[in-house]
Design a protein around this ligand. Structure first.
Ligand SMILES: [Zn+2]
Length: 99
């Protein structure tokens, strides 16, 4: 696992129409998108953003900073990781498994 600090994995001040989105740590220490509208605030775990469909499909465009520092659209990430890190992790796992 990566142990980089939370501070460099957060983004702030993204707006989607009437919504304001920032990437934060929730009470469990998971990264989540804090989505604020005039009506309410909700938290969506980062790994779920890229799976959003229908009315929530806009969430795929939320920009998320990977632990490596790269910022990508949630819909282009693999869970919490950018494509490059995901590929790298896959190679390291394959090596560890002896494949
Ligand atoms: Zn990355």
């Amino acid at each position: 696992m990566n142990t980089t600090t939370a501070a460099n994995q957060t983004t702030a001040g993204q707006t989607f129409g009437a919504r304001t989105v920032s990437i934060v740590r929730n009470s469990k220490g998971q990264r989540a998108a804090k989505i604020t509208t005039t009506f309410n605030t909700r938290f969506v775990p980062v790994e779920l953003l890229g799976l959003a469909t229908g009315r929530d499909a806009w969430m795929r465009d939320i920009m998320v900073r990977c632990s490596c520092g790269a910022v990508s659209k949630a819909g282009e990430m693999e869970g919490e990781y950018c494509a490059a890190c995901y590929d790298k992790a896959g190679e390291e796992n394959a090596a560890a498994d002896g494949n």
